[in-house]
Every structure is written in C-alpha cells, then in structure tokens.
Ligand binder design. Structure first.
Ligand code: IMP
Length: 430
C-alpha cells in the first residue's frame, strides 16, 4: 500500500506539476494536501500548456482520482473555473474522479480582502503574498473560526456561522485596515451557487484514502510551494501559512505516517523565489537575468518575475533532512546551457564562521555570504537527451556533483517542459 510524497526542496516553483504528471502514470490517486490557489502547477502535454491551481496535477491522465485533502484551503470560484476548463477538454467528466475533503476550509471574500489590505499597509515590509487570501484562511482555521466544506454544505449552519464571523471581519476591515465592509447577502447568494456545484464532490477523503491504501491502490501526494516556504521551517515570516514539508502530507490528507513509503524532492538546477525574503544565492546581475529569461521564470499564479540564483546545497540538504527525501527529481537542467561556469553554494560564512545548516535568525540570514564551488558549463542544448549518457560530460558532472553535495540520488532529470523531455532513472513506487 504505497503512498509517495512529492515535495519542493527550495522556495516553490521547482516544477512539481511536470514531475507529478510523470509519476502519476504509476499512481491510482493523486492528492493535494496543503496550500491553495497560491500554487500554480504548469504542465505541458502534447504541446498544450495547462496551469493548475487546485486540482492535483494527475488530472491529465484521465482515469486518476484527484483528491483535495483536508489541509488545503479552497477558493470555490477558482476550483469551479478549473473544473469547467478541464471538463471542456475532456477531463473530470465523471464526478467520482474528484473528491473534496469535508474538512477542508473555504477561502471567503474577507480572507482575500484582508490579505490584500494587509500587504498594502505593510508597504516596504510586505511579504509579497499571492493575494489569494491564503494566510487569513489558515489563521481562521487555527483560531477555530474557519468554514469547512461539511458546514458549508449545510445552508443553515453556513448562514449562522457566516453571520457571526462577518460582523467581526467587517469591523476589522473597516476600523483597522480602512477597507469597505462586505455585504452578507451578496456572499450568501454567491456561495449558494458554489454549494450547488461543489457539494457532489464533498466527502470524507481520509476514510476514502484509508480504504484505497488497504486495497493496495497507489497514492501520490502532491506538495505545493516548497520546503523553504514552510511556516515552521522556512524563512519566517517570508513563508506561506501551511506546513509544506512531508510531515504535512499526513495531517493534510488524513493518511497515517506508516503508510508513506517514500518522499521524493523536486529541485530546480538553480534556485528561484517569488516574493520577499532572504535568498542567499540570489544573482542581481546579468547572470540572474539570463536565468530568468532562459528559464521563463515568471510566476504561474501572479505573473511576477521570479528572483533567480545559483543552486544552494545548504537549502536542499535542509530539505532532504526535514522531509526524509530518498531521491531527487532535477528540473530545468536545460536552462543552464550557455553558461561558461556554473556555481554551487556548499555552505555559508557568517562572522568568520562556516555554517552548514540553514539559520533561523533574520539578522544572520541578511549577513551571510555563500561559499561557492565552480564547475565548467556546457554549450549544447539538452532538450533531446533521454538518458544520462546523452548529456554533455560537463552537464553529467554537474548532476553527479549535485548528488554528492546533497547526499541524495537523482531519480529523474528534466530537460524541457514536455512530458517526453525527461530522463527517468527510477519509478518512485518501486
Ligand atoms: P501566500 O502563500 O500567498 O500567503 O504567499 C506567501 C509567500 O509564499 C510569498 O512569498 C509567495 O510568493 C510565496 N508563494 C506562495 N505560493 C507559492 C508557490 O506556489 N510558488 C512559489 N512561491 C509561492
């Protein structure tokens, strides 16, 4: 009864969409367990690009069951638009191919309003959130004033809870954030429509997954964002509001820890991050610009240009430790074509000391210097490579060195956005 977790090892945008799509071939069920539509997972199949924000990336295989777990925060309008788009293209035609946890929390209009207004008030100190209401929704979940699908599906309960909560949210919006109050009737009517559309998918997904695993069905758990955006282990406060690490896969799906058979990390061949916060290997020069251009590093959700820098082995070693990663899937190796030399950060220096672990303190993070080693680059395009032997010697040496500095084997190397532009070295379910 194998369940495999796929987690981003950096600051998100590692290319999880493509990797999950490739591995989903071997799975029966694909599960999202945290985050919401702050995620944007890009898939290119037969030359057609699809960006998914909530539906798990296994959906383009047709017969896979897609589960939105209890740990996800769901904006119903975004989910419905995504379902409609997928249906038009012939996916999710049967309702039982999508399941939404009855314990997942809903993103409400006041969550989005608060997220956006707080970022405005923070000014220069803003986190750079996606503005989708993610943080305020998780806050309400922890404060025990969130609205879960089970209660949303019962109109009387939803009405009673919304009336109570909206009073509090409106006074906060008006008095503290200087925003307009939101109208109860408008929200009530809008969400009635969403209820009609989404209720058929709502179920106890924890019970469903437990039963599926007992029947030896293969489950792929798809993380969103990345390890360094984890609310506990990431670059706090410049993080998202959920546990993105593999531990979150259990609490966010209802699967027990002993059912997880492997954790695979996704790493980009260099590093990117969107939004504010520490980024030790960031390149603010032309090399950074080249990575952004060649790697098309613009956010799939917000379109923001991503900050780019060299591969940071301290970050990835931290991710390997926190998630228990037994293998890595390396993405976007092709983007490194055309560099004379390529750098890998192997440690940091701070106040004359060598740091091998990622520090928690914001002051230390701002003052540290990456320690680099340099490798020769390559000029050949890599898109046609289908085995490691097809790679130029310097690209192969780079991949080998990444395995050494992270002490973790590669199980896949991606050399382009297409499904076929992949060097598959091991099936994570075996
Ligand atoms: P939030 O998740 O919208 O609250 O944003 C918090 C931080 O996480 C910001 O720096 C975002 O840019 C970042 N973030 C959220 N989702 C993603 C993602 O899917 N990829 C990369 N960064 C993300």
């Amino acid at each position: 009864m194998p369940a495999v977790v796929i987690v981003g090892a950096q600051w998100g945008d590692e290319g999880k969409g493509k990797v999950v799509d490739i591995f989903a071939r071997h799975a029966d069920i694909v599960v999202r367990y945290q985050g919401g539509n702050n995620a944007g997972h890009t898939l290119v199949v037969d030359g057609q690009k699809t960006v998914l924000h909530l539906v798990p990336s296994g959906v383009l295989h047709g017969a896979k069951v897609c589960v939105i777990g209890n740990g996800v925060v769901v904006d119903p309008a975004v989910l419905i638009a995504e379902i409609d788009q997928l249906r038009q293209r012939g996916f999710l035609l049967q309702d039982d191919l999508l399941k939404i946890s009855d314990r997942a929390n809903l993103i409400m209009p006041y969550h989005r309003a608060i997220d956006l207004a707080r970022e405005r008030v923070r000014g220069e100190g803003r986190i750079g959130t996606t503005g989708r209401g993610i943080g305020p929704t998780y806050e309400d979940k922890m404060a025990r004033i969130g609205i879960r699908f089970a209660d949303f599906c019962d109109e009387a309960t939803f009405t009673e809870v919304l009336q109570r909560i909206l009073k509090e949210k409106n006074s906060y919006l008006r008095a503290i954030l200087k925003e307009k109050a939101l109208d109860f009737d408008a929200i009530q009517a809008e969400y009635r429509g969403y209820r009609e559309r989404l209720a058929p998918y709502v179920t106890d997904t924890g019970v469903y997954l437990h039963g599926a695993l007992r029947q030896s069905r293969r489950v792929l758990l798809e993380g969103a964002q990345g390890t360094m955006l984890d609310v506990d282990h990431g670059t706090y406060p410049f993080v998202t509001s959920s546990n993105t690490v593999a531990g979150g896969a259990c609490s966010g799906s209802g699967i027990a820890p002993h059912d997880i058979s492997a954790v695979i990390g996704i790493v980009k061949a260099y590093t990117t991050r969107v939004g504010s916060g520490p980024f030790p290997t960031e390149l603010l020069d032309d090399l950074g610009k080249k990575l952004r251009q060649d790697g098309d590093e613009f956010g799939a959700t917000t379109g923001r240009p991503r900050r780019c820098g060299w591969f940071d082995a301290v970050v990835v070693r931290t991710a390997v430790r926190l998630n228990g990663m037994s293998g890595l899937a390396l993405t976007k190796l092709d983007v490194l074509t055309g560099f004379e030399t390529i750098r890998i950060c192997t440690a940091y220096e701070y106040a004359g000391q060598r740091l091998e672990d990622f520090p928690a303190s914001a002051a230390v993070l701002h003052g540290l210097k990456p320690v680099y080693e340099e490798l020769p680059g390559w000029q050949e395009p890599l898109h046609g490579a289908r085995s490691l032997r097809d790679l130029p010697a310097n690209a192969r040496a780079y991949v080998r060195r990444l395995e050494e500095v992270t002490a973790t084997p590669m199980i896949m190397v991606s050399v382009g956005a297409g499904r076929d532009q992949t060097i598959l070295l091991r099936n994570p379910f075996e």
